[in-house]
Design a protein around this ligand. Sequence first.
Ligand SMILES: Cc1cc2nc3c(=O)[nH]c(=O)nc-3n(C[C@H](O)[C@H](O)[C@H](O)COP(=O)(O)O)c2cc1C
Length: 226
Amino acid sequence: MELLDAISTRISARGFLDRPVSRETVHKILDLARQAPSGSNMQPWQIHAVTGKVRAELIEKALAYAAEHPVGSVPQEYQAPPKNIVRPYKTRRFECGVALYNALGIDRKDKPAREKQLLQNFYFFGAPVGLIFSIHKSLLPGQLGDLGIMMAHVMLIAREFGLQTCSQGFWQDVQPAIRDVLDIPEDFYIYNGIALGYADKSHPANNLEITREPVEVFTTFSGFEE
Ligand SMILES: Cc1cc2nc3c(=O)[nH]c(=O)nc-3n(C[C@H](O)[C@H](O)[C@H](O)COP(=O)(O)O)c2cc1C
């Protein structure tokens, strides 16, 4: 697949087929993704790839933890998005939620239904493979950008294998559960998850109309007319 096709066909998939992804495929994706650049080539990413029984245990423990500590109730050091989010980011975030709930036929006032959907994060939305990204705490916050670049590489390379992904900040909220299952030391911050699998194209959550601002909104061009 051409890079531009990978970019234009990538979506955040929130419904996956019950079709496994082999260790070999995950390894190939990560083997290419490790070419991602990072500050001073520090390569500050640690990744746990889970499937099968370990994935099942992670789901079980994450759900149990979230039942006792509802998502958002325990402030995280690198909370994304931050609590004091301002416009226009606040508006865009709201519209993103509206697009998802509308597609799923969930009334915004229906809190139990919204919470149920939110918990789908901890099932990796049905994806057979979950990737958990962590980073040594001594590198925070400076190298978080490196982690993001690595994640973007993974998400785009996955397209080459016909796979889709969903980046998942929600995993930050259940760090103790992840630590417990995957034996991640306390000096590592668990930043994000990525659900990886074959997208269920017919799933309503995979057919959202998610827009982007035009280039002029976020770019200041200078010196081009000289
Ligand atoms: C760092 C990061 C964290 C995200 N966390 C979540 C998440 O926890 N759950 C979720 O459903 N989507 C999550 N997303 C997906 C975004 O909502 C999605 O990228 C955005 O709405 C744009 O849609 P698109 O990826 O389909 O183009 C996350 C994306 C990024 C980049």
